[in-house]
Design a protein. Structure first.
Length: 678
């Protein structure tokens, strides 16, 4: 049996009055489509620290549970509390009705860890007998922590007590036992304490007599309280009350009370904590499987109110679900989650960033159960620490919780979460899914969707139309074309894409060039695509030494055009690139070597014209140094072999003269010399 939860934040106690005044920390869409990119915007970007959880634990999800065992010195435990202190550590507190002892659990900075135990025993004999429930609260004015206890199962043994920790939950506490104040405690259960205005008020139920009671502490929580009955005995509405869950909604207070005798939950509409005649309603008609409910905790998460109830009679845990505080109400039975066995107390729910935890004490086997609403793994990014988080998406339809904390650990820390509904991607067909083209070709892209409101393609690059469902594109390099389509489903927008892969081949035949008549030149440029799957071929195959060479040697007799064809043989697309080079042959001079060697076997064994553009030769004469004619011809194909008659000509310099006409009609007259070498 225990208390209530006011806020899902780290410093929970007595902060209820600030819930409705909290500023809107960030902007998020209410609904999106699967895989739709989401950009969250902070309204407080100048805060010192930022933490975004994109797939945080959410109370509408089913929790996981684990029984941590019976090694925590529990002895007929009656209640448990958990909170985070200013030092960043989590502390739990349990009360034992079996040996009248008080325990502290130190979790460190991680609620998933196994706690170490400090046993304060019976606190010098002051700790009360037959303890029933506890509630942890903090006075934010002086930063002091307190735990209030109710105890006793008869009027003679009933008492109200207070444990003081000072400013740190790690301190050794003191205890004050007020006894049975004004004899108005009769098996008190479900204690709760809060501040309204500048005054403190506490509440408990009398199990015997089914009463809701208030104790007043005035402006000082450390004062001895006075007791007041605020609700008369009404067995049909309260019957064996075991716990109080309190929540503030719309500026008004509401209590939810579990009734063991009637297997029910009642709602008390307090409005103000000073209300002495509140309305009360039984709200559990639609909540399944309540059997001796023993404890309840309430919380707000993402603007919704949730309750978690333990059933001592059926050893299970039930979630209370409500549209708002006035209903409608539904319930989900989680069963024997975490091996609960006679669960009698549940802690407040604590959000440790993206995971949400609660702890249950089991009286039948003195064990501790931890339940956990885990963060999901459906977000493309799990978290961010920047004031402007990156865009992200969810891969599956459902409800997702976004958690945002700023200035963590500082006095002005703020936390907010929102729910985003992710809708299934509307039916659509993208044709083709991806495609490959050769550079210079065109691809047709088509989006088939019945309900899309509009289409927007990006980038606007070599595209026939950016706002149609069917477009043509002709990119010069591989490009991802994105299409964005809003649908009439809330704010659902689909972003998808087609990648157009471009097989890019380049043939570089080199620049056009001019050569002398009879000369040769190399073809090919530096930019031809290389690769084992690239076939390079020159056409035509005339006057060229190697048609498969990157840089072949050519010697055309006249102006000539060569084509370099590069083909991709490694894919089914057989893409090709073609480049041309023109070799211009200039006929304006005589093309003769300046030396020759008759006894050699090479091209220099004879001496003759290399020109191919001279179509008429009137004279090609060679003279020795004394002017004697040693060779003469009018045939372009004839060459001097270095002999004079049947004798070998002497080594030395000989003079030649040429007189002829080019194909263009230009006359060439020229003399020169050549050296004969033996």
């Amino acid at each position: 049996m225990r208390k209530s939860l006011l806020l899902v934040v780290f410093l929970i106690a007595s902060l209820v009055s600030s819930v409705n005044a909290q500023e809107e920390l960030f902007k998020a869409p209410d609904s999106v489509c699967e895989k739709q990119l989401i950009q969250l915007l902070s309204n407080v970007p100048d805060k010192q620290s930022h933490y975004w959880g994109f797939c945080s634990g959410y109370l509408y999800k089913d929790p996981t549970g684990v029984n941590l065992g019976d090694t925590f010195k529990l002895d007929l435990p009656a209640g448990i509390e958990v909170a985070k202190d200013d030092d960043g550590n989590y502390y739990g507190f349990a009360i034992n009705a079996g040996n009248n002892s008080f325990l502290r659990m130190d979790f460190g900075t991680d609620l998933s860890s196994i706690p170490t135990i400090t046993d304060f025993g019976n606190m010098d004999g002051i700790f009360p007998d037959e303890v029933n429930s506890l509630y942890l609260v903090r006075d934010l004015a002086d930063k002091r922590w307190y735990i209030f206890l109710t105890s006793g199962q008869t009027a003679a043994t009933s008492a109200l007590s207070r444990i003081d920790f000072g400013k740190s939950l790690s301190n050794t506490p003191n205890i004050v036992n007020f006894g049975n104040l004004e004899n108005k405690l009769n098996y008190p259960t479900g204690v709760f304490v809060a501040k309204e205005g500048d005054k403190w008020y506490g509440f408990y139920c009398n199990f015997n007599g089914s009463q809701l009671m208030r104790f007043d502490l005035d402006s000082n929580i450390s004062l001895t309280p006075t007791i007041k009955e605020i609700l008369p005995v009404t067995p049909a509405l309260l019957s064996g009350p075991t716990d109080i869950g309190a929540i503030i909604d719309g500026g008004k207070w509401y209590f939810f009370i579990t009734n063991a005798n009637a297997n029910s939950v009642s709602r008390v509409d307090m409005d103000k904590l000073t209300n002495e005649t509140p309305n009360i309603t039984v709200v559990s008609n639609s909540i399944p499987d309540l059997k001796s409910p023993s404890a309840i905790t309430l919380l707000k998460d993402c603007g919704k109110i949730h309750g978690i109830i333990t059933n001592a009679g059926s050893h299970d845990v039930v979630r209370l679900e409500m549209g708002d505080v006035n209903g409608p109400y539904n319930g989900t039975n989680f069963g024997n989650i975490g091996s609960t066995l006679s669960p009698v107390g549940i802690s407040r729910v604590i959000r440790d960033r993206d995971n949400v935890y609660a702890f249950i004490v089991n009286q039948a086997n003195n064990s501790l159960t931890r339940i956990k609403f885990e963060q999901c793994d459906n977000a493309s990014i799990q978290y961010s620490l920047t004031n402007k988080p990156p865009k992200y998406s969810y891969d599956t339809a459902g409800f997702y919780n976004v958690y945002y904390a700023v200035n963590e650990g500082l006095p002005d820390m703020q936390v907010q979460c929102k729910q985003i509904t992710v809708l299934p991607t509307p039916a659509l067909i993208l044709l083709p899914p991806d495609t490959t083209i050769c550079q210079g070709d065109t691809a047709r892209l088509r989006m088939v969707s019945i309900n899309a409101i509009s289409y927007s393609w990006t980038p606007n690059y070599n595209i026939s139309g950016a706002s149609k469902n069917e477009i043509k594109v002709w990119p010069e390099y591989t490009t991802q074309y994105n299409v964005r389509m809003p649908f009439p489903l809330g704010t659902c927008v689909v972003d998808t894409h087609i990648t157009v892969n471009v097989i890019k081949l380049q043939a570089d035949a080199g620049p056009d060039r001019t050569i002398k008549d009879g000369a040769s030149t190399l073809l090919g440029g530096p930019n031809t695509s290389q690769g084992l799957n690239h076939l390079r071929r020159w056409v035509p195959d005339q006057y060229i030494d190697d048609i498969y060479s990157d840089n072949p040697m050519v010697r055309p007799p006249h102006d000539f055009t060569y084509y370099l064809v590069v083909t991709d043989t490694g894919s089914k697309y057989k893409c090709a690139s073609i480049d041309t080079v023109v070799v211009y042959v200039e006929c304006g001079d005589v093309n003769l070597p300046n030396a020759f060697m008759p006894e050699s076997n090479g091209a220099r064994a004879k001496f003759g014209l290399l020109n191919r553009e001279i179509i008429k030769l009137d004279k090609f004469n060679i003279y020795d140094r004394w002017g004697k004619l040693v060779f003469s011809t009018k045939d372009m194909t004839k060459q001097w072999d270095g002999n004079i008659g049947s004798e070998k000509a002497a080594v030395g310099v000989y003079v030649w003269e040429v007189d002829g006409f080019c194909l263009s009609g230009k006359r060439i007259q020229k003399t020169g010399n050549v050296t004969l070498i033996r």
